[in-house]
Design a protein around this ligand. Structure first.
Ligand SMILES: [Zn+2]
Length: 423
C-alpha cells in the first residue's frame, strides 16, 4: 500500500517534496486523496518568520483536476501554527502548500488556472457548461471571477503607437484608444479625449518613436506634449479622404467642362456615328480601354526613349515583360488594336452596316436593334451588339459624361495601378 501511495505522489503531484499522499479512496463518484504537508513548520505570511509551534490542525477539501472521469477532491490536513514573533499582527496562521493551495480557495491552483483558461476561451456560461462535461461543477460567475483574478499580461512597450477616438455612447461620450501599430493590438483605453490625458499616457512610455494620429487638435497637442521627440504621422486614411474630397469638389466646380467630352468642334455628325469603317481604328478616342492602351503606349515609349531597358520598364510599371514588349514593338497604339481585334471576323460583321444605318436614323436602343437583326438572321448574343453600339455612343456627344467622382478617381489613381485594376 505504501508503495502505491508513493506512486500516486509521483503521478498526481510530480513528487513535490512538500506533499505527502497518505490515503487514496474511490467511492464510485469522487476520488478522495488524503494529503499532508511534509515540512515540520511554516513561514508566517505576516512577518515571514519560521514557526514550528503547532496550534492545531483541521481538514480542508479543495477540488483538484478530475481524473479518469472522476471528480478528485483532496482531503488535506492543514496545521495552524502560532507565530514566533510576539510583535506580529497575526497570532496564528494556517500553512499552505505552495503551488497547490491558497487562503480560502476551494480549488487547487491547477484547477483554478485550468478553469480560467476555459473561461478565457469560452467566457462564463459556455465555460461552465464545458467544465461540467469534464466533471467539474462550477458556476458561470465563478468562471468569470477566476478569469478576472488572472494577472493582466504586461503588453510590451510600443514603439509605434496609433491614437484614435472610440465611442462609449455614439455622438455623446468619447474615449481614446491606443494601438500598438506594429503588433496591431490595442494597448490601452483612456476615459476621455483630452490632450492632457493623452500627454500623461505618452509620457509614461519612454520608448515611443512614432505617433500615428488623425488630425484632431487634442491628439496633436497631446502627442507634442507627451512625446516631444516622437515623429507624428497623420493617418493615411484621413489624408487620402481629404485629398479625395478636395479633388472631387474641384472637379465638381468644373462640371460644365465634362458635358461634351468627345465632341468634335464644328462637326455636324451628331447622329452620324464615327463608326468603325473598314481600315479605320475600331477604337475611337474616348473609349476607355483604347485610351488606356494609348496612354500606356506613350508611357512605355517615353521611358524607353530615356534609355531604360524593357526589363527595367516592366519592373517599374509592374507589367509582365511580354506586355512591355508588345507595347514597345508597336510603332503606334493603333497597331495594337489592328492585328488582334480587327482581323477577327465575328457573327456581327454582316449586320454592322445595318446597325450603322439604323443608328443614323436615330434608333440607338441596343435591345431593339438586337431584336431587329435577329429577324434578319443574326445568331449572336445581345452583349456583342451592345458593345458595338457603345463605340457609337462614346464617339458622339450626348453620351453620358463621367461623374466628378469618376474624374477625381482618375486624378488620384497612380498610372501603374491601372494594370492591376484591369487585371
Ligand atoms: Zn508572524
Amino acid at each position: 500500500m505504501k508503495e502505491v501511495l508513493l506512486r500516486l505522489e509521483g503521478l498526481l503531484f510530480l513528487s513535490d517534496p512538500e506533499v505527502a499522499v497518505m490515503s487514496a479512496e474511490d467511492d464510485g463518484e469522487v476520488f478522495w486523496i488524503g494529503v499532508t504537508r511534509k515540512s515540520a513548520g511554516a513561514e508566517c505570511p505576516g512577518c515571514g518568520r519560521w514557526s514550528n509551534r503547532c496550534h492545531g490542525s483541521y481538514l480542508r477539501f479543495p477540488a483538484d483536476v478530475p481524473s479518469a472521469g472522476r471528480r478528485v477532491v483532496l482531503r488535506l490536513q492543514v496545521r495552524r501554527f502560532t507565530c514566533a514573533d510576539t510583535s506580529c499582527g497575526r497570532k496564528t496562521f494556517v500553512e499552505q502548500v505552495p503551488g497547490l493551495t491558497r487562503r480560502h480557495a476551494q480549488r487547487t491552483d491547477r484547477l483554478r488556472s485550468a478553469l480560467a483558461e476555459v473561461g478565457l476561451a469560452l467566457a462564463g456560461r459556455a465555460g461552465a457548461r464545458l467544465a461540467d462535461v469534464f466533471g467539474i461543477s462550477v458556476s458561470r460567475s465563478t468562471v468569470l471571477r477566476l478569469v478576472d483574478a488572472m494577472p493582466d499580461p504586461q503588453p510590451p512597450s510600443p514603439r509605434v503607437v496609433g491614437i484614435d477616438e472610440y465611442a462609449m455612447r455614439k455622438g455623446r461620450v468619447y474615449g481614446t484608444v491606443l494601438v500598438d501599430v506594429e503588433t496591431r493590438r490595442p494597448v490601452d483605453l483612456l476615459p476621455d479625449r483630452e490632450a492632457t490625458t493623452v500627454a500623461a499616457w505618452l509620457a509614461e512610455c519612454p520608448g515611443i518613436e512614432v505617433v500615428c494620429r488623425d488630425r484632431a487638435p487634442f491628439f496633436a497637442e497631446g502627442a507634442s506634449a507627451g512625446a516631444p521627440t516622437a515623429v507624428q504621422v497623420a493617418d493615411r486614411f484621413h489624408l487620402w479622404r481629404n485629398l479625395g474630397e478636395a479633388a472631387e469638389r474641384c472637379v465638381s466646380r468644373h462640371r460644365s467642362c465634362l458635358r461634351t467630352p468627345f465632341a468634335v468642334p464644328g462637326s455636324e455628325s451628331v447622329t452620324t456615328p464615327q463608326a468603325p469603317e473598314a481600315g479605320a481604328s475600331p477604337w475611337p478616342k474616348g473609349h476607355r480601354f483604347a485610351d488606356r492602351t494609348r496612354e500606356m503606349h506613350a508611357i512605355v515609349h517615353g521611358m524607353l526613349g530615356e534609355g531604360r531597358s524593357r526589363r527595367a520598364v516592366a519592373r517599374e510599371l509592374r507589367m509582365t515583360y511580354r506586355t512591355v514588349q508588345r507595347l514597345a514593338d508597336a510603332a503606334t497604339p493603333e497597331d495594337l488594336f489592328q492585328g488582334q481585334w480587327q482581323s477577327r471576323r465575328t457573327k456581327l460583321d454582316d449586320f454592322k452596316p445595318y446597325l450603322r444605318e439604323r443608328w443614323a436614323e436615330g434608333c440607338t436602343n441596343a435591345w431593339t436593334l438586337w431584336k431587329e437583326i435577329q429577324t434578319h438572321g443574326y445568331a449572336g448574343g445581345y452583349g456583342a451588339v451592345r458593345a458595338y453600339l457603345r463605340l457609337f455612343r462614346d464617339a458622339v456627344p450626348g453620351g453620358r459624361p463621367p461623374s466628378p467622382r469618376t474624374v477625381a478617381s482618375w486624378i488620384l489613381t497612380h498610372l501603374t495601378s491601372f494594370r492591376r485594376r484591369r487585371g
